[in-house]
Design a protein around this ligand. Structure first.
Ligand code: ADP
Ligand code: GLC
Length: 483
């Protein structure tokens, strides 16, 4: 099985969120399962820096109206074969993959990700310039959504396309003029095409033209077929429901393993959970929190944005602190949320620690040092942090949505009796419901026997990529049956 995996980010080279984790780890797992896979991504600065001196040019493209580009062949640090689109005019810029240093979107994101899609399509065609032809083109999110549109609007044989939705809220919507900027014919500008309420939608295009669709948890696959989580695309998604599957993400259990994690001061496993308190002390010290083992310490690591529901925490923060608890928060994003959390920390020194920014190693310390982890996400296609947390013996307090439902078993008398309870779920994305769940967790925290049982339950769960890789492989085989 040969698969071209097209993505706009992948660890460890470029990461803004979970898509990068998935692109890095799923591709590794698929290769281990025997898939001949190549990862395709744009040549942003850090990518070019990594492949410098170990890449060769294997094709050149002059797709009108895009600038000329070279295709470089190299390998990821993991060894996964890597194809890089070298087009400095579009990708070699200071700033993020999607945003300028000031935070605004790059004004030519249509062209930047149009080219990514265009190249993915070219490599999936029978007349590809490469000898290596994929059996399946696996696209991810709106950034690669135009690939099946290009294939549909050009005559000639090509591999079938799977589009995986990691987040339906980001759709890649541009003015109609984008169509000419990315070289698609006006014939594509139709309701059964790339048109979405008078604009061009890259994601809608992918959802319409791809042969198969998947998303990153079974619950989210159902939720997006209805309002409000369908974000306007629920009609199309329910119409295509027979071609839509939910495959739950895994996590990189090599990177996220409390028994071997070199980013935390004290390593531990289920049998040595008492050592986790050393990490709690280190986390309290790091944030200038009062050293106390008996006060529950609640952690959060997340993009600060409406999706993740941090505003719900802000609404109840004063009352939550009186339970009493301590808070250790890491995140960046919405400047208003960043400032509100900074203020909260200033008002409650010794009780609330906040770091604004992106910090991989602090994220490990929070997973290891916190007693419980907060995920009040309004929606969560899969979510990775709840799985990291559970593996670190840190039960999660979460809104019952998407992948959070598929990974966490709510604390209830029945779940405690059967030993399956692993976290605390609340059912309305509302501050009061969240407050109730935190209250329940704090109560259980002081019941050491049940708390330990919940911690161990999470640590024993299998969140490896093996199951997901097997499901993707079965899906690929279904799309491109072996001859
Ligand atoms: P999403 O992709 O929606 O942001 P996920 O839970 O799938 O959510 O993945 C988020 C990933 O990004 C996790 O690996 C998480 O630890 C990481 N992350 C998010 N914000 C930060 C941050 N400020 N510092 C370090 N890691 C972060
Ligand atoms: C998105 C989602 C997140 C998911 C990640 C990887 O960013 O918000 O829930 O885990 O993609 O699939």
């Amino acid at each position: 099985m040969k698969v071209l995996f097209a993505t706009s980010e992948a660890v460890p080279l470029v990461k803004t969120g979970g898509l990068a984790d998935v692109s890095g780890a799923l591709t590794t797992a698929l290769r281990a399962a025997g898939v001949d896979l190549r990862l395709l991504m744009p040549g942003y600065g850090p990518v070019i820096e990594w492949i410098e001196g170990r890449a060769e040019t294997i094709a050149e493209f002059g797709f009108s109206p895009f600038p000329r580009a070279r295709l470089l062949s190299a390998a990821m640090p993991s060894g996964t074969p890597l194809l890089v689109i070298d087009c400095p005019e579009l990708y070699a810029r200071a700033g993020g993959p999607y945003h300028q240093p000031g935070g605004d979107d790059w004004p030519d994101n249509d062209v930047r990700f149009g080219l990514l899609s265009r190249v993915a399509a070219a490599l999936a065609r029978a007349d590809s310039p490469l000898d290596w032809r994929p059996d399946v083109l696996h696209c991810n999110d709106w950034q690669t959504g135009l690939a099946p549109a290009y294939l549909a609007h050009q005559p000639g044989a090509h591999a079938p396309v799977l589009l995986t939705i990691h987040n339906l809220a980001y759709q890649g919507i541009f003015l109609p003029g984008s169509l000419t900027r990315v070289g698609l014919p006006w014939a594509a500008f139709r309701v059964d095409g790339v048109e979405f309420y008078g604009k061009v939608s890259f994601l809608k295009a992918g959802l319409h033209y791809a042969d198969r669709l998947s998303t990153v948890s079974p619950t989210y696959a159902r939720e997006i077929q209805h309002e409000p989580l369908g974000f306007g695309l629920q009609g199309l998604l329910s119409w295509r429901s027979k071609q839509l599957t939910g495959i739950l993400n895994g996590i990189d259990t090599g990177i996220w393993n409390p028994a071997t994690d070199e980013m935390i001061p004290r390593r531990y496993k289920a049998a040595t959970l008492a050592r986790k308190n050393d990490n709690k002390r280190a986390l309290q010290e790091r944030f200038g929190l009062e050293p106390s083992v008996s006060t529950p310490l609640l952690g959060m690591v997340s993009r600060f944005t409406y999706q993740k529901g941090q505003d719900l925490l802000l609404a109840i923060a004063e009352r939550v602190l009186e339970l009493p608890v301590q808070l250790a928060l890491l995140g960046a994003g919405d400047p208003q949320l960043e400032n509100a959390f900074r203020d909260l920390a200033l008002r409650h020194p010794g009780r609330v620690g906040v770091q604004v920014g992106f910090d991989e190693s602090l994220s490990h310390l929070i997973e290891a040092g916190a007693d419980a982890f907060l995920m009040p996400s309004r929606y969560e296609p899969s979510g990775l942090n709840q799985m990291y947390s559970m593996r670190y013996g840190t039960p999660v307090i979460a809104h019952a949505t998407g992948g959070l439902v598929d990974t966490i078993t709510d604390h209830s008398p029945a779940a405690v009796a059967s030993g399956t309870a692993s976290g605390f779920l609340f059912h309305e994305p509302a501050a009061e419901a969240f407050y109730g769940a935190i209250g329940r967790a704090v109560e259980v925290f002081h019941n050491r026997r049940v708390w330990r049982q919940m911690q161990r339950r999470g640590m024993d769960s299998d969140f490896s990529w093996d199951a997901a890789a097997a499901d993707y492989l079965a899906l690929y085989r279904d799309m491109a049956p072996p001859a």
